[in-house]
Design a protein around this ligand. Structure first.
Ligand code: ATP
Length: 412
């Protein structure tokens, strides 16, 4: 059977993944065999999310009624029910729910009544607390089917330490990365010297290590020195798989969905207020603004090297009529020709403009020329994929260390 849970936390505390890890232990104590625990990321653009729009799916064998009452009791105990925006959902289904619901929840938007109708149709046990919104994520988790997957080891703080500063040895985290990359990723941001795997929010997570197998994340974890964690859990997850991306077309984009789009750069990149860099992408029919926001740091320098006419594929979410860039493929760069007044053929001095449409004139000897001097500028950007740094990466975005979009992922 599958158990799905979602929407148990608030900005002040808790985390659905922690609740899932505790639930797995309670099920085990009750004689229900836990086979797999999944951390299922859903559409990163839903407005009601607390942090990363995560839900949890536990695949296990045992009595569904017992599992349902254990799960509901735990949600009663641990969920931040007093917070207005916390609306937990608990689902127990004796088989995986139809994967189309998961697909819609990761790439699009679902309604609460859609989730309830599906759960009734499938004969699942379910409980939606308060406004029942958590049933969307809980049902999507129980419907999850991963084409590609990665793993994350999450170490949680013991409850007495929640809300206090986290004690994680910085150097040990860099060692963990150094010893296990590229089989693990986003533990640190080497270029900017940042620790990425330790959150700053008041939830129970101490640190999380992402990687390509349970062995890789456990190996990396072995290097990390920290305060004594409470519990630790390895999750199978759709993080780092681009599961949110839809192959789309400019002019046919839906607010809050995420796309892979091919097109041509149609305006030079400009740096706006706050250091955000933008350019227009066109495909002959329409155009859309692409944004590299300030937190994407050096990625903006790459974007600034684009030139109108360059052919690119962009990946990112369509929000407020812009694509928020996660990565970009430069497939062809145009030759850029610079024109300037020519040198005088008689005296060698650089000519100046003789007025609009009147060519050039030498101020020394009066000689005229109609043609400017043309030179091809060496482009500073090579064809290939470019991505935002680990500190700016979204949970679902596939890091290039796993291979670019379209490459084969993990076979499950
Ligand atoms: P938590 O740790 O509690 O899961 P979170 O950051 O993952 O925190 P939630 O608090 O779960 O976010 O809030 C997300 C809410 O949005 C949930 O109620 C979930 O059911 C709902 N939701 C998830 N995906 C979609 C979707 N595609 N369309 C509509 N609602 C969604």
């Amino acid at each position: 059977m599958r158990i799905g849970i979602d929407d148990t936390d608030s900005p002040a505390g808790m985390c659905t993944t922690y609740l899932g890890a505790v639930l797995a232990r309670r099920l085990d104590e009750a004689g229900i065999r836990v086979e797999e625990i999944r951390l299922v990321r859903l559409n990163p653009n839903v407005v009601h999310k607390t942090r990363g729009n995560a839900a949890v799916c536990i695949e296990c064998t045992g009595d569904p009624g017992t599992a349902f009452s254990i799960a509901c009791r735990l949600v009663d105990d641990l969920a931040e029910l007093s917070f207005d925006e916390t609306n937990p959902g608990v689902v127990v289904a004796d088989r995986p729910l139809p994967s189309r619901f998961y697909k819609k929840a990761v790439q699009d938007f679902c309604r609460i009544d859609e989730a309830v109708a599906l759960l009734e149709e499938e004969g699942a046990l379910f409980r939606g607390y308060k406004n029942q919104r958590g049933l969307i994520g809980a049902a999507a988790a129980a419907a999850s089917a991963f084409d590609d997957a990665t793993w994350e080891l999450l170490a949680y703080r013991s409850p007495g330490r929640w809300g206090t500063p986290r004690l994680v040895d910085r150097q040990s985290v860099f060692t963990a990365d150094c010893e296990t990359w590229p089989h693990t990723w986003d533990t640190v941001d080497r270029e900017y010297g940042l620790v990425v795997c330790v959150p700053h929010t008041p939830d129970p997570v101490l640190f999380g290590i992402r990687g390509d197998s349970p062995g890789s994340v456990k190996k990396a974890r072995g290097y990390v020195l920290s305060e004594p964690p409470g519990i630790e859990q390895v999750f199978l997850t759709n993080q780092g798989t681009d599961a949110h991306l839809i192959s789309g077309r400019i002019g046919h984009l839906k607010e809050g969905c995420s796309y892979l789009l091919c097109g041509t750069v149609t305006s030079p990149p400009v740096t706006g207020a706050g250091g955000h860099v933008s350019f227009s992408l066109g495909d002959g029919e329409g155009s859309v603004r692409c944004m590299a926001y300030e937190p994407t740091r050096g990625f903006r320098d790459t974007v600034r090297l684009l030139f109108p006419g360059d052919e690119v594929t962009v990946a990112g979410s369509y929000k407020r009529q812009s694509i928020n860039l996660e990565k970009i493929l430069v497939s062809a760069v145009v030759p850029v020709v610079r024109t300037r007044p020519p040198r005088c053929a008689a005296c060698g001095k650089r000519m100046t403009s003789a007025g609009t449409g009147k060519g050039y004139k030498c101020r020394e000897c009066g000689r005229r020329s109609r043609e400017p001097e043309r030179s091809v500028i060496e482009r500073e950007i090579a064809c290939g994929w470019y991505e935002v740094p680990p500190s700016a990466r979204r949970h679902l975005a596939r890091p290039l260390v796993r291979g670019p979009p379209g490459h084969e992922g993990t076979q499950l």
